[in-house]
Write a protein that binds this ligand. Structure first.
Ligand SMILES: [Zn+2]
Length: 320
């Protein structure tokens, strides 16, 4: 690690880039932007590469639903991707294999995957990564955080740290990746402020990759990362029905420190349930509409500081 900090990490150029929207068919910023870029990709063009826009779940987009049979963004497990197709497979399993075939496997492997999402939670611009080791995407996240733009929607660095083999997310198929999760925005709704911010971030991300490809070196830095600790379900009665909902004091307080004793749930009769942990944690995805079916009321994270080594383009000497 010490050695890593002293010399820059070298990465090969990023030449194959895909931008997915509509992975969830009712998350309208990515759906709208990708539909636009499919008609007119000129905005995406960069000196060193030509990104490819792709509607990840076109049937769900058509129906404006999250998914048809099962959540596409939980369908990229090794088990699904390596199993042979069967008639009874959910549509999203077939689609996951198609996408993996085109963007994820062997010689066709894409260097960078952007995956565009919206959340109904008040999470600003959340830069979600699934790999602790992806130094390039950490630098990209840092570049987005320090870029100008709509600062009323700050960028948060978010990490779901799971071993690659257990990773079921679409962004897993590329070599490097970043998921943009912007909110709050209701499902099926296009908010101009959220759409504009997402567009800025994608363009800024492409600028970063272009600079990297042209040999710009990015210095080491230290950054805060919100790392997933645990998912918290709603309180439920004996029949499994939700018996308390998010307390008004917690609503919209994503990334605001949650202390032991703070109110988190309230019943219909006004009985308040409090946080019974013993440390300060950071709640996220509070009251996310899509997570009711997943039995998740919010996701608790811890804020950790991380030193990130410098980054530069791999040079030829590296190979000899
Ligand atoms: Zn989504």
């Amino acid at each position: 690690m010490k050695e890593m900090m002293s010399s820059p990490i070298q990465c090969p150029p990023v030449s194959r880039v895909v931008i997915f929207g509509g992975t969830h068919g009712n998350e309208m910023s990515g759906v709208t932007l990708v539909k636009h870029w499919l008609k007119d990709p000129s905005e995406l063009h960069r000196k060193t590469f030509e990104p490819e826009p792709c509607l990840a779940n076109p049937l769900a987009v058509e129906k404006c639903v999250r998914y048809i049979d099962s959540d596409l963004n939980r369908s990229f497990s090794e088990e699904v991707l390596s199993s042979s197709e069967s008639e009874s497979d959910p549509y999203e399993f077939k689609r996951a294999r198609e996408l993996n075939q085109k963007y994820g496997s062997g010689p066709g492997l894409f260097d960078f995957v952007f995956d565009l999402h919206n959340t109904t939670s008040n999470m600003g611009a959340t830069l979600l990564r699934c790999s602790e080791d992806d130094i390039l995407s950490l630098h990209l996240a840092k570049y987005l955080q320090s870029s100008s733009g709509n600062q009323s929607m700050p960028c948060y660095n978010y990490l779901i740290d799971i071993p690659k083999k257990d990773n079921v997310y679409l962004q897993n198929i590329g070599k490097h990746s970043l998921c943009l999760e912007l909110g709050p925005q209701p499902q099926g709704v296009i908010r101009a402020d959220v759409l504009t911010r997402m567009r800025e971030l994608v363009n800024c991300g492409l600028d970063f990759l272009d600079l990297f490809n042209q040999g710009k070196e990015f210095p080491s830095f230290e950054t805060d990362i919100y790392k997933v600790l645990t998912r918290v379900d709603y309180p439920r009665d004996h029949s499994g029905e939700i018996s308390a909902f998010i307390h008004s004091g917690l609503q919209d307080k994503d990334y605001v420190p949650l202390k032991p004793g703070d109110p988190i749930f309230t019943t219909i009769n006004g009985e308040v349930l409090h946080c019974n942990g013993d440390t300060v944690v950071y709640p996220t995805f509070i009251n996310e509409a899509a997570y009711y079916e997943k039995k998740v009321a919010f996701i608790l994270t811890e804020k950790v500081s991380r030193k990130v080594p410098a980054l530069k383009l791999e040079t030829l000497e590296h190979h000899v």
